[in-house]
Design a protein around this ligand. Structure first.
Ligand code: UGA
Length: 466
């Protein structure tokens, strides 16, 4: 079986190296710099196991890399895995999908197998796209079309590709569906559920999965805000308790500074726009999911100002620039909003990330950020440390060591990684969704406020007459 994958981004590349463990794979991209790096065995993407599999694919000859201008050998399965970013107004931008379809159309004899080829879109696209872009090719005969989404998370992309929870095939012909199903069964064996449905249901399923997970996160974050107003309550304990209910599940219940990355924000925005156009009204829940999320990063700067006062001239350490651990991706990272807000308030910013050498730092540099690859140097002389990405390196460090060279011992934990630790009395530790440590550290310029008392609806605690 020969496979061609268009798009050498994180989905295309991860898929290519995994399928190349068994099949002949041609990986194609328009970006010459990216292609030269991949040809030389350098992925540019920081992802566990990716470099090893890339090396294996290239040395075995199963994986071949092509610039779009080069001759692409014919294949039975063509996956389109190019980016579908957001436009300014939230609509999905399909120009890269369109360009690939044009290339396939123009160079059919070269790219497609003369007997039969299946073209499947793997990029996330709004319902109706696959049919709109590919149906005219299908009509020419010997070509099947499908939509088959990916469900890879960055940081675990290889594991998710090799061991998916399910595969989805959206197709309008039995032949195309059966062809792709037999390919997946051959690769994954019989244990992985393979769901066959219409193209549009499959396109929708991808949005439904991401929108649901994003909704879970915004729900938890909204609850975290409310929990903070209740003495002695902690969002971690609350969520642990509800996660045991199988109808809820323990996953994606972590409160924090909101979701970032190249998927959730973009996909919820695209679904919102799509729904608005189709229904002529704004879907209120999806809108609220984004609204809650947009306010999350500023939560940590608000906490900081409440406890440190004016930020002008203060040095603040930022721990973690990527949108999550295990990746060098900074697309829609909450760190950028936090850094921008600190800078606007006159703070000087030190930033650390365990893989700082593999991050494109240009978007942070404009805020005068000083970058560090060493934790201790980053913290020296700082007035507070804000933790934004839950890298294992930060979890391993002791609080005493962390604060030892700080000018002021304030830690704002945007990911709750130290929430269960015993905090030394001289450290002001503040985290999301908990009032437990906060009550020991009154805000800067604190004036007692009756309305913040969570017993406000009662005049006094109830006493029971005996
Ligand atoms: C997401 C989905 O999880 C994948 O299934 C999907 O295939 C992918 O998008 C995609 O559409 O390509 P990803 O964006 O890589 O994957 O990362 P996630 O692990 O889902 O995290 C997204 C954001 O949510 C991160 O900023 C993370 O910190 C945040 N998050 C996640 C929370 O704040 N709380 C949680 O409990 C979980």
């Amino acid at each position: 079986m020969k496979i061609t994958i268009f798009g050498a981004g994180y989905v295309g590349l991860s898929t290519a190296v995994c399928f190349a463990t068994k099949y002949d794979v041609s990986l194609v991209d328009v970006d010459h710099e990216k292609i030269s790096a991949i040809k030389a065995g350098k992925s540019l993407i920081y992802e566990a196991q990716l470099d090893e599999l890339l090396e294996k694919g290239l040395s075995s000859g199963n994986l071949r890399i092509f610039n779009i201008e080069e001759n692409i050998p014919p294949s039975e399965i063509i996956f389109i895995a190019v980016g579908t970013p957001s436009d300014q107004d939230g609509y999905i931008n399909l120009q890269f999908v369109r360009n690939v379809v044009k290339t396939i159309q123009k160079r059919q004899k070269e790219i497609l197998n003369p007997n039969y080829s299946l073209i499947a879109i793997r990029s996330t696209v709004i319902p109706g796209t696959t049919r709109r872009y590919l149906q005219h090719l299908e009509k020419r005969g010997n070509i099947g079309i499908a939509f088959s989404p990916e469900f890879l998370s960055q940081g675990t992309a290889i594991k998710d590709t090799l061991y998916p929870c399910r595969m989805i095939i959206g197709s309008n012909t039995a032949m195309a569906s059966t062809f792709l199903k037999s390919f997946y069964t051959n690769f994954y064996g019989e244990k992985i559920p393979i769901l066959q449905m219409s193209i549009e249901s499959a396109e929708f399923a991808k949005y439904a999965a991401n929108a649901f997970l994003a909704t879970k996160i915004s729900f938890v974050n909204e609850l975290a805000n409310i929990v903070e107003s209740v003495d002695d309550a902690d969002i971690g304990d609350v969520m642990d308790s509800i996660g045991y209910d199988p109808r809820i599940s323990p996953f994606f219940l972590k409160a924090g500074i909101g979701f970032g990355g190249s998927c959730f924000p973009k996909d919820v925005r695209a679904l919102l726009q799509f729904a608005q156009d189709n229904l002529a009204e704004k879907p209120s829940l999806l809108n609220a999911v984004l609204e809650v999320n947009e306010n999350r990063p500023l939560k940590v700067t608000k906490l900081l100002r409440e406890h440190l006062g004016e930020l002008d001239g203060k040095i603040i350490a930022i721990f973690g620039l990527t949108f999550k651990p295990g990746t060098n991706d900074i697309r829609e990272t909450p760190a950028l909003s936090v850094i921008r807000s600190l800078w606007r308030n006159g703070a000087k910013i030190h930033a650390h990330d365990p893989i700082i050498d593999r991050i494109d730092l240009r978007s942070f540099s404009r805020y005068g950020v000083k970058f560090f690859s060493d934790i201790e140097s980053c913290l020296t002389g700082t007035h507070a440390c804000i933790l934004l990405t839950e890298w294992p390196e930060y979890q391993e460090i002791s609080i005493n060591k962390l604060v030892s060279n700080m000018a002021q011992k304030i830690i704002i934990d945007g990911r709750r990684i130290y929430a269960d630790r015993k905090i030394p009395v001289d450290v002001c530790y503040l985290t999301i969704g908990s009032s437990i440590n906060r009550k020991n550290h009154l805000p800067f310029n604190h004036t007692p406020n009756k309305s913040s008392n969570n017993l406000k609806s009662f005049d006094a605690p109830l006493s029971i007459d005996t």
